[in-house]
Design a protein around this ligand. Structure first.
Ligand code: IPE
Ligand code: IPE
Ligand code: MG
Length: 240
């Protein structure tokens, strides 16, 4: 990336990694192979994000709706998740990456849940890239959870209804200490949020490259970052 554009890096990048199934089909492979190839792309993007100094990277790994897929595909995804965390954790920790899971960990099988908690605990004090992985995550579920937490606090007298403002609400989300999403990237040409970071994307810039996730390269990533750097963000205001 050019010097000028590194000064306009997004603080928070969110990625919907889409197209693994289509990639597998195009290569006449089983869908699980598409997901496996997708983890290679992910590894490179995480490393690059850390190297260029992105503050926070949030990736969508498994949605609350993805349970609707076949038992075989869900099971392949869960195995891959465990394999990924087991093989990557040393390098991520070495790179000072701080891992956080967004979503309902209790709804996951015990080995996966335990591995995710171990990764969070081990990297909790790391001060480099904030890597948030959305697993068993839904934006609506996250918002409802926040509303319930605030309602409980109000009922117990800890806060009053008037205390519930945008700051208090944001503080009750999984992303409580992170900046809003600056740049959302969804691969494979689909142009929808699919229940991802609904609250946090209020003013996100969006990029929808047509490349399928397993083929998403560093050049594609840089192209999205360059596109972001050229955007005119107004947040509802007007330039004087
Ligand atoms: C995204 O790839 C990965 C997950 C949902 C886990 P898909 O599996 O959705 O790929 P397509 O959309 O079928 O190509
Ligand atoms: C969104 O992709 C979820 C993840 C990438 C984990 P999907 O492929 O599940 O979304 P839809 O079904 O096309 O909206
Ligand atoms: Mg998809």
């Amino acid at each position: 990336m050019s010097e000028t554009n590194t000064t306009r890096l997004p603080r928070h990048v969110a990625i919907i990694m889409d197209g693994n199934g289509r990639w597998a089909k195009a290569h006449k492979l089983a869908v699980a192979q598409g997901h496996r190839q997708g983890t290679e792309a992910l590894r490179a993007i995480i490393r690059e994000s850390s190297d260029i100094g992105i503050e926070a990277l949030t990736i969508y790994a498994f949605s609350t709706e993805n349970w609707r897929r076949s038992r075989a595909e869900v099971s392949a995804l869960m195995s891959l998740l465990l394999e990924y965390f087991t093989s990557e954790i040393d390098e991520l920790d070495e790179k000072n990456v701080c891992i956080r899971i967004l979503g309902d960990k209790d709804g996951l099988p015990a080995p996966q849940r335990d591995a995710l908690i171990a990764a969070e605990t081990r990297t909790a004090r790391n001060t480099g890239l904030k890597l948030n992985i959305a697993i068993n995550y839904g934006g609506r579920a996250e918002i409802v959870r926040a509303a319930r937490m605030l309602a409980q606090k109000a009922v117990s007298g800890e806060i009053t209804p008037e205390d519930i403002d945008e700051n208090a609400f944001a503080a009750a989300l999984y992303t409580h200490d992170l900046p809003d999403v600056d740049l959302l990237i969804r691969t494979s040409g689909e142009m929808r949020l699919s229940n991802f970071l609904l609250y946090q994307c209020a003013y996100a810039e969006m990029e929808f490259p047509t490349v399928l996730w397993p083929d998403f390269s560093l050049a594609d990533y840089h192209a999205a970052l360059e596109a972001f750097a050229a955007r005119d963000r107004r947040f509802g205001g007007r330039k004087q």
